[in-house]
Design a protein around this ligand. Structure first.
Ligand code: UT7
Length: 331
């Protein structure tokens, strides 16, 4: 099969208006701004209002991406939402976003692979575009993690935030997708999971009582694997792209912890000014973190044609992945 190229022609992002600072958290948790800042790099996060669902955030991010690309929803051939906090079990959140945007009868589906969602989504969507199945795809990472957060658990409540980031992928002569490496290992799902909610343990009174319907994480264990897997995935993605670490212009990592980002960047030899971070403002927004960071960076005019970006993530699954991407500036 002969493959065509793919490029990003639009970016957009959105976060709920309600901001929760470290000082706010200090009011009900045994924690401190000092601990959160030094251990995670986070200062604030956005939490959705009761009536605000994942598709609401996703639709605004998508609308912003359409405006950036000067396109209409009718110009999009397929909608993909990467999320682990969907509006419903079904229908897929992507179907709701497409309907919200007025894109009638278009294919739409979700990808559920936690914090690695955008990396998997970018790989799948690029493949669909490059193989000629679709000309344009709206790819969105969107989460309302605050809805599944145990707000009394200081080890997780401080970490997660809500938001959405969207990119529009379009068929192109030149190919931006240089290489990818994806992986997953579910031998210990309890390292980072929501125990009760699915078919293995449906939510019942006991589950609610014990807060098993909310995020549980063994942070220290996850931290160790995260750094190693992000480095490994980046190395392999670069090899597949026939590039070396020296070719990387910018690293746009999943924003889970500033110390994880620093460790990965140090290994890759990418200096701090080439590492895109917005963790202080958003915390960990899972599948939304990379597209939000990318959208902010692009809108600030920071990328130019030929820049090589490594997108890299790690999260629940456990899962991980990296994509090497050459930026093409819109004409
Ligand atoms: O995006 C998905 C992937 N997720 C990740 O990659 C997260 C990976 N893990 C992490 O980022 C870090 O492990 C955390 C930020 C979650 C925790 O940082 P840590 O440096 O690994 O802390 P720790 O869990 O080893 O806890 C150290 C101490 C403990 O107290 P003792 O046992 O030493 O007395 C905790 O109870 O810090 C305590 N602690 C806190 N203290 C103040 C835990 N959370 C807090 C808190 N405020 N919020």
């Amino acid at each position: 099969m002969s493959l065509t190229g793919v490029k990003i022609v639009g970016v957009g992002h959105h976060a709920p208006a309600h901001v929760v600072s470290n000082e706010d958290l200090e009011r009900w948790l045994d924690t401190s701004d000092e601990w959160i800042t030094t251990r995670t790099g986070m200062k604030r996060r956005h939490w959705a209002a009761d009536a605000e669902a994942t598709s609401d955030l996703a639709a605004v991010a998508a609308t912003n991406a359409l405006a950036y690309a000067k396109l209409a929803a009718a110009d999009i051939d397929c909608f993909i939402v990467c999320t682990v906090t969907p509006d419903y079990y079904f229908p897929a959140t992507a179907c709701i976003v497409a309907a919200h945007l007025g894109a009638k009868d278009k294919p739409a589906f979700d990808i559920s692979i936690a914090c690695s969602g955008f990396i998997y989504g970018l790989t799948v969507a690029s493949g669909l575009v490059r193989s000629g199945v679709y000309r344009r795809i709206m790819l969105i990472g969107a989460e309302t993690l605050s809805k599944i957060l145990n707000k009394e658990d200081r080890s997780t409540a401080i970490l997660f935030g809500d938001g959405a980031g969207a990119v529009i992928l379009e068929r192109a002569e030149r190919n931006s997708f240089l290489g990818a490496e994806l992986g997953a290992d579910a031998s210990r799902p309890e390292l980072l999971y929501v125990e009760a909610s699915g078919s293995r343990r449906p939510i019942d009174g006991a589950a609610l009582e014990e807060k098993r319907n909310l995020i549980a994480m063994q942070g220290r264990e996850v931290f160790k694997v995260a750094v190693n897997k992000m480095i490994e995935a980046t190395d392999v993605a670069l090899q597949k792209a026939q590039l070396t670490k020296a070719d990387v212009t910018y690293l746009i990592p999943h924003q889970a912890n500033k110390r994880i980002i620093d460790a990965a960047a140090h290994y890759l030899g990418v200096p701090e000014e080439k590492v895109v971070t917005n963790i202080a403002e958003y915390g960990n927004t899972s599948a939304a973190s990379i597209p939000i960071a990318l959208s902010e960076f692009v809108r600030a005019g920071r990328l130019k044609s030929g820049d090589v970006i490594v997108f890299v993530a790690f999260g629940g699954g456990l899962s991980w992945g990296a994509v090497a991407w050459e930026w093409q500036q819109a004409a």
